[in-house]
Design a protein around this ligand. Sequence first.
Ligand SMILES: *[C@@H]1O[C@H](CO)[C@@H](O)[C@H](O)[C@H]1NC(C)=O
Ligand SMILES: *[C@@H]1O[C@H](CO)[C@@H](O)[C@H](O)[C@H]1NC(C)=O
Ligand SMILES: *[C@@H]1O[C@H](CO)[C@@H](O)[C@H](O)[C@H]1NC(C)=O
Ligand SMILES: *[C@@H]1O[C@H](CO)[C@@H](O)[C@H](O)[C@H]1NC(C)=O
Ligand SMILES: *[C@@H]1O[C@H](CO)[C@@H](O)[C@H](O)[C@H]1NC(C)=O
Ligand SMILES: *[C@@H]1O[C@H](CO)[C@@H](O)[C@H](O)[C@H]1NC(C)=O
Ligand SMILES: *[C@@H]1O[C@H](CO)[C@@H](O)[C@H](O)[C@H]1NC(C)=O
Ligand SMILES: *[C@@H]1O[C@H](CO)[C@@H](O)[C@H](O)[C@H]1NC(C)=O
Ligand SMILES: *[C@@H]1O[C@H](CO)[C@@H](O)[C@H](O)[C@H]1NC(C)=O
Ligand SMILES: *[C@@H]1O[C@H](CO)[C@@H](O)[C@H](O)[C@H]1NC(C)=O
Ligand SMILES: *[C@@H]1O[C@H](CO)[C@@H](O)[C@H](O)[C@H]1NC(C)=O
Length: 720
Amino acid sequence: MATSNYLVLLLIFSCFCRYGNLQRLHEKIYSSIEGGAACFRRLNGTHQTGCSSGDNGAVGVVHMIKEMSDVQWLLQNATAGPYMVILSTHYFSDVIEKILEKPEIIAGILLHDNATGSSASFSQESKCPNEYSSAYGSSCSSTSPVGITWNDKGTGLLRRDIPFPIFYLPISRSLEIDKIDQCYKRYNVIDQANQKGRPLCSVQLHSFMFAAVDTEVCLRRSTSTTLLTPTKVCDPLGDHNIYYSLFPRTKDNKNKEVTLVTARIDAASLFDGVAPGAASSVVGMVTFLTAAAALSQMIPVKNASSYGQNVLWTLFNGEAFDYIGSQRVAYDIKMGAWPPAAPLSVLDIRLHVEVGQIGGALSRFDNTWPLYAFTPYIGDIPAIAEFLNIFGSNLRPNKTISPDYSSNIPPSSLHSFRRIFRNETESGALPEVLLTDFKATFSNMFYNSALDDYDNIDFKYRNITIDNKGTFIPTDTLVANGTFKEVDSQVKIARLATTLARTLYHKVAGKEYTGNVSVSAHLVDEMLYCFLKSQACRLIQAAEYASSGTEEKPPERPAPLYVGVAAWASTAPVFAGHLLALLTGTPLPVNRTECYDMSVPGFSQYYLKGWDHNGVCIQTTMNMSAAISPAFTIPNYNMKSGEYSTWTESVWQTMWARMFVASSGVGARVAAVCGALATLLAGLLTYWLQKHAARIFIDAPAQSIVNDDAASGILRTVNC
Ligand SMILES: *[C@@H]1O[C@H](CO)[C@@H](O)[C@H](O)[C@H]1NC(C)=O
Ligand SMILES: *[C@@H]1O[C@H](CO)[C@@H](O)[C@H](O)[C@H]1NC(C)=O
Ligand SMILES: *[C@@H]1O[C@H](CO)[C@@H](O)[C@H](O)[C@H]1NC(C)=O
Ligand SMILES: *[C@@H]1O[C@H](CO)[C@@H](O)[C@H](O)[C@H]1NC(C)=O
Ligand SMILES: *[C@@H]1O[C@H](CO)[C@@H](O)[C@H](O)[C@H]1NC(C)=O
Ligand SMILES: *[C@@H]1O[C@H](CO)[C@@H](O)[C@H](O)[C@H]1NC(C)=O
Ligand SMILES: *[C@@H]1O[C@H](CO)[C@@H](O)[C@H](O)[C@H]1NC(C)=O
Ligand SMILES: *[C@@H]1O[C@H](CO)[C@@H](O)[C@H](O)[C@H]1NC(C)=O
Ligand SMILES: *[C@@H]1O[C@H](CO)[C@@H](O)[C@H](O)[C@H]1NC(C)=O
Ligand SMILES: *[C@@H]1O[C@H](CO)[C@@H](O)[C@H](O)[C@H]1NC(C)=O
Ligand SMILES: *[C@@H]1O[C@H](CO)[C@@H](O)[C@H](O)[C@H]1NC(C)=O
């Protein structure tokens, strides 16, 4: 026994020594590329989309695209492939199709944001986003583009199966590109015609995805267990919807008719953790949140009994992936199950107003921020005519809203309602309006992309302090003293939100609003900062739970708006819900214990930090509901039917990228042959040891040593 123990120890020791050496050697050879975000795989009922590397990553010879002729060379003259294409966002749209036609010579793409020249358009979404979930009357087609294609600049990559990995490096990581460029110039550029057989600068991308084929297959694999260990390969996409009503809704209150006002929370992009969504969703969401806050000041909740109508504000999540959130809400309303505490009937909805995509035209440096109202009816629907009239009269001079009566409406949650309540929407019993800042194709050239950030809406943070009572300086005061100009995005958004709040006041109260409540550009400024630049912002700090211990500061970057997987709540909807509670709720003068012990029908209480950070009990009607597609809750749902969203996201273990100089072909082949021989030898030795174990290890129980788990593990790692 003793001898065998020594032998095992010796093996462990030698293995560690060799590992240490290898580690140092490894650092010399490889240089890791930090801060990249990888394209990953999603699946729907019938297809897989996105990217995956092989099990061991994808390796390719660096080829940098600095001008279009580099693409020509790659496609016609390159000999040492496969290649890793280093490409800037400037050329991406022009190059990607050409590369996709020759996947056999491409190992992958490392995409980087061009520091000197931004691209004029960049969108990996389909030309017709959510094409396969759109309602009757839609005519947008990405395969035969005649007529309007909403996202005209879209490459559709987000919805395609890409045969190689793609990583994205933001501008803040441009040093990594410089590093690759140096290596590239040193090894690859000289004598480019004779690359084959020389040591070449190479890059390896690792983003292996466990799921494949489609949602049905991956869910089946996820539920099966191999040898007692559950294997999970994909998760359904989903998160939470946020809703809030102006007045509490209980089963037996009188103002049960509602105006449903909606917007979306989420955005998307091809890359993990990068979904800034500024013009795609944030501007709409901020308009929505600030209008809700203003309306709650115009009509105090305690006066609820004087009004016959209510306003139900709802933020949908997961809209980028076949309208997950709105499909679920419409489906639940149909089932008589939403909102859970006091279900709504579809005929209680007297008007549905969606604040759609309105950020794309904000970066124009003039006062015109066009506004369009899509209404999918030909005949006159009184509720809509009335809404547009009041809305128009509340707009500032020089600004108009142009109605567009067409059943071909842009991507929006209206599609979900029109599919699920076809009878009611077609007849006009459920009147619908969609507000956008484009009439035909999107004014946003960066729809659902990594570049849809604060620059895209020309946002410059003003950083004005908020007093400890939470008062915001009125827009007119700030414009008068020169902090803002009329053309600033914050002012434009504040004006639009004020118009929306006043219009809803008129609708609920039945008369024009004469008070002085309006949305402050100061509030808009802070809110845009929270969603677009940093979670460590004044509003989110005030809207956080007041916890007793010391908690860590939120990170100084925006929360990604990608919907994520349904397994856990992501930060963006939680922030939106808390902001809604803080800005619209009623502060109560009670301590934490009393706050959570309270039980008032139709309300819930949250103990938040508050403006003075001392803790405040907020009574609110805000609540959250699941934004998970009905496809995953209906038993035996047919995933191929295309009725509801079926998107799932693959599980992966690690994503990394590194650069190294690959030795010339000859050396590599010699190394490979030696490696193979060594492995063979080790195998033979193992076999021999097993056979003759009793002879070598005198005390050892015959045959057992190499079958023992630990020992065989060590023997297997000998050739590491
Ligand atoms: C690439 O090959 C073509 C012929 O196939 C040749 O005409 C051209 O000059 C080559 N380009 C470069 C940059 O070597
Ligand atoms: C960056 O963009 C400019 C145009 O604005 C272009 O000339 C340049 O080649 C781009 N750089 C890279 C590395 O693609
Ligand atoms: C709310 O109700 C109170 C008393 O009923 C009344 O004095 C006040 O004017 C009302 N406020 C609004 C905004 O309707
Ligand atoms: C309205 O437009 C006119 C001419 O286009 C301009 O002179 C005027 O200043 C504008 N008014 C406002 C409030 O922007
Ligand atoms: C929709 O209308 C058609 C014809 O009017 C009717 O047959 C059908 O039952 C209605 N569907 C629902 C769900 O009410
Ligand atoms: C905002 O102003 C505060 C001081 O009032 C300062 O500490 C902070 O760094 C500023 N933030 C930004 C983003 O400029
Ligand atoms: C304008 O007023 C705000 C709030 O009173 C103040 O913070 C800001 O410094 C003022 N700006 C100028 C240019 O006077
Ligand atoms: C609105 O009017 C009230 C009283 O009428 C006044 O106390 C308040 O300061 C005004 N608010 C603004 C923003 O002008
Ligand atoms: C909260 O207030 C109640 C009544 O005012 C008091 O009995 C209770 O001790 C307070 N709780 C805390 C934690 O201060
Ligand atoms: C919030 O939703 C839960 C169920 O999702 C429900 O039990 C609760 O009553 C709701 N609260 C309010 C104030 O609507
Ligand atoms: C899945 O996505 C593909 C590609 O976008 C599309 O062609 C197909 O119709 C989708 N399938 C379902 C069931 O939605």
